[in-house]
Design a binder for this molecule. Structure first.
Ligand SMILES: Cc1ncc(COP(=O)(O)O)c(C=O)c1O
Length: 452
């Protein structure tokens, strides 16, 4: 049951940024690492359900969920109660050296919903990068092989191992070399931008993998292949199911572990617990973070039990699987199973249906795509040539903010909608009507000026 209390109508009371926000922004400019990328000056003070209120009392409808993290909405009462109760009992003990029951309870809950048959084992870290870092190390440890394959435009995190797998934007890698050796990349099948214009995007990308095996790294030296089942930061790209099924076959044939990075696509966002379940493919390892604990930091590496054969001391983290974060995860998993995954499927389908005609209505919209509440709107300057239009996309994100809707971009020219999974049809109506106003305005502004 989705509470109507979560319904939020944007209410902008001051200029943006307002006076209090400007004070925080000045402090941020002075003290905070300039490496963060903020698209607009939202200074958040409070969050409740679908609503974020800034330090000047402006109210925003949140279709970003803290980058796909606040899966149950901001400060869901059951999550807050679980955090408070656990914080009053035991804040930290460290699972690296001691035992506590929350580690087992969440692992049991995850094992019940895993996208591959059990038994399973779980490793806990603090973030998506750490979940992938653990999966990279585990794959090498278990297989005794060195090579790791990832996809261009994929994002897996920014620690040195995860960054070696990340191939999203060159600014994320520039000046950090040498990265970890043994990582290779192949193209991700993007049906809207097929590789070299190929008619069969699956065949073209599989040919690249085969070429890698023939020319660069033998298949029998590959430990793992890391895949985002829906590419997130790269542009909310949904691959053909056939491609994923072929990958599974190739991995099995060569003894390569198939790792699915569900850090962004998992925890119900796509309308199933894991995005990989849409494709009828069973992975060997799943990595998760973001939405799993509704905003508390937790990374999970969930593997078929026999793969987790590393010895005591091989890998650990002081804070990983902190009891308070695990209490939040327990409450989150309960809410997901109790209706939020189903809601993501239903409300996501409603939103997609409502946007179906946008490419006919707006020349700036090339394609609308996605699964559940992981939705992408690709902005182009010419629908026929599918020319990417990052400038209009950036302006649309800004314009939405000024009208009280929080959205973010992904990839070079896509807008992503990733609201909390409590999102209602009413919230979708509000958000899409704001976006339509922004699109109409941007079309007016750019009429006759866009390069095709
Ligand atoms: C698919 C995917 N993997 C990994 C990460 C890294 O997660 P974190 O920022 O928690 O390290 C992200 C973050 O955006 C992601 O989208």
């Amino acid at each position: 049951m989705i509470s109507t209390e979560t319904q939020a109508t944007p209410h902008i009371r001051t200029e943006l940024p307002g006076p209090n926000a400007r004070r925080v922004l000045a402090g941020d400019r002075q003290y905070i690492s300039p490496s963060y990328t903020r698209d607009y000056p939202l200074v958040a003070a409070q969050g409740r359900g679908m609503k974020v209120t800034d330090v000047d009392g402006n109210e925003f409808l949140d279709f970003s969920a803290g980058i796909a993290v606040c899966s149950t909405g901001h400060c869901h009462p059951e999550v807050v109660a679980a955090i408070q109760a656990q914080a009053a009992k035991l804040i930290h003990m460290s699972g690296t050296d001691f035992y506590y029951e929350q580690m087992v309870a969440v692992a049991e809950a995850l094992s019940r919903v895993a996208p591959m048959p059990g038994p399973h084992r779980v490793y806990y870290g603090n973030s998506g990068a750490e979940a992938n870092e653990a999966a990279i190390k585990l794959a090498r440890y278990h297989t005794g092989r060195q090579s790791i394959i990832g996809f261009y435009n994929s994002f897996h995190g920014r620690t040195m191992g995860a960054l070696s797998l990340t191939s999203s934007k060159v600014t994320q890698r520039a000046r950090f070399a040498p990265l970890v050796p043994g990582f290779f990349h192949i193209p991700y099948p993007d049906p809207y931008h097929p590789l070299h214009g190929a008619a069969d995007v699956t065949a073209a990308c599989l040919e690249d993998l085969d070429r890698l095996f023939r020319t660069t790294t033998p298949a029998n030296e590959v430990a793992a292949l890391f895949l985002e089942p829906v590419q997130g930061e790269g542009g909310y790209v949904v691959p053909p199911a056939e491609f994923l099924r072929e990958l599974r076959k190739i991995c099995t044939q060569h003894g390569i572990l198939l790792v699915v990075d569900e850090v962004q696509s998992g925890c119900g966002r796509t309308g199933k617990m894991w995005a990989i379940e849409h494709f009828g493919v069973e992975p060997d390892i799943v990595t998760s973070a973001k939405g799993i604990a509704s905003g508390m930091p937790l990374g999970v590496t969930l593997a078929r039990a026999e793969l987790m054969d590393w010895s005591a001391g091989a890998h650990a983290s002081t804070f990983g699987g902190n009891p308070v974060c695990l209490a939040a995860a327990q409450a989150t998993l309960k809410l997901l199973a109790g209706g939020l995954v189903r809601n993501a499927a239903e409300v996501g389908a409603y939103a997609l249906e409502k946007m179906k005609a946008w490419p006919q209505r707006y020349s700036l919209v090339g394609e609308v795509r996605g699964l559940g509440l992981m939705l992408g709107i690709e902005i182009v300057s010419d629908q026929k040539s599918r020319t990417r239009n990052g400038e209009s996309r950036n302006r649309l994100v800004q314009a939405a903010f000024r009208r009280g809707l929080l959205i973010l971009g992904c990839g070079p020219n896509t807008i992503r909608l990733m609201p909390p999974l409590i999102c209602t049809r009413g919230d979708v109506d509000t958000a899409l009507s704001i976006l339509e106003t922004c699109l109409a305005e941007e079309e007016k502004k750019t009429a006759g000026k866009l390069p095709a």
